[in-house]
Ligand binder design. Sequence first.
Ligand code: ZN
Length: 434
Amino acid sequence: MRNRTTAVLIAGLLAVACSAPGQQATEATDPTAQGLTAFVGARIIDGTGADAIENGVLLVRDGRVEAVGSADEVPIPLGAERVDLTGRTVFPGLINTHGHVGDTLGLEGGHYSEENVLDHLALYARYGITTVNSLGGDQALAGDVRAAEGSPDLDRARLLFAGPVVNAASPEDITARVNEVAAMGPDFIKIRVDDNLGGSRKMSPEVYAAAIAAAHANELPLASHLFYLEDAKGLLEAGTDFVAHSVRDQPVDQELIDLLIENDVCYCPTLTREISTFVYEERPDFFDDPFFLAEADPAVMEALQEPDRQQRFRRTGAPYKEALQVALANLKAVSDGGATVAMGTDSGPPARFQGYFEHLELELMAEAGLTPMQILVASTGDAARCIGRDDVGTLEAGKLADFVVTTANPLDAITNTRTIESVWISGNRVPDAR
Ligand SMILES: [Zn+2]
């Protein structure tokens, strides 16, 4: 009895000696608890597609996940800071594999600045989008913003970028242009292969093949904007690394699905891009959604309800209503066929609301017929892989601690991703207020 008391006393003294000055150790503190935060009690969806962990423990230290599992499996060192998340759901921060960052202010483009880039990344973060792949319109300062993600205080979305969209009329010119953009140090090269429903000239197969070859010579992946099935096949045969939009002219076929799988290329639906072309012909339902209104600019909402503008949307949006229906069916076919889907929205241009549109995208993916788990994996673990990141997207030991806490379970209904209680990036809580 006496010996045991002595041992406890010694352990207690050691704990006091090991803790920081001024910190009171009332119990024997485990030295391994130093700097450790334990998020306890939540249902954890890890982003790999594995079943959710009930009554989970997520251990975070120095901005990274140290351990994750059920309360039975993961011991919590005594003295670790505890965050009680009983009744909540935790899932990895969402990844938008096709966004645009830094150019839009209100309903205008042309406002690219570091301040605007950081504002957009903070906005995405408040909506639980913790990584954004900006596919075009990026300027050189994007490289500095990207590099700053290593800060231990990071509390805004991580940025990947493509630089300016590459375009030229000949293989020689596009090769030179790719080399120029590659010198910016982007994560992707981006091209557009589209005639805008017959309204403009489309990049030829010779030119896009040269762009792809030049991107690969610079050891960069190339992302392709496209609309037509025939172009999607041509681009995949030529070696594109990312399909940045849905095929929207006709149903996809087995040949397209085989090309995606054989080349390990991800398919990014951007369903909300179609929505944005016609939804403002009248007052959108989401103008009454508190989750939208929390960040909405009343002046922008008012401008989008001007009769002249609504009239213009009625004139130009009609073909894209049909395109959306094709895109929804094609997403289901591509997913059922076994190709990898990467959540992306094309948000960022005027009236494509960053943060909110990603949640709208998830709802449309459900409308297409994907399950909540398929949608979450496409927005986390698979999305990370599709943009070449192996340090985000899942909650596994060693990954960056980017995650979302919701009050309702998105596996019950994907719209429950909108019940955000908190967002964490590199283990830092994202500030709620603007
Ligand atoms: Zn885009």
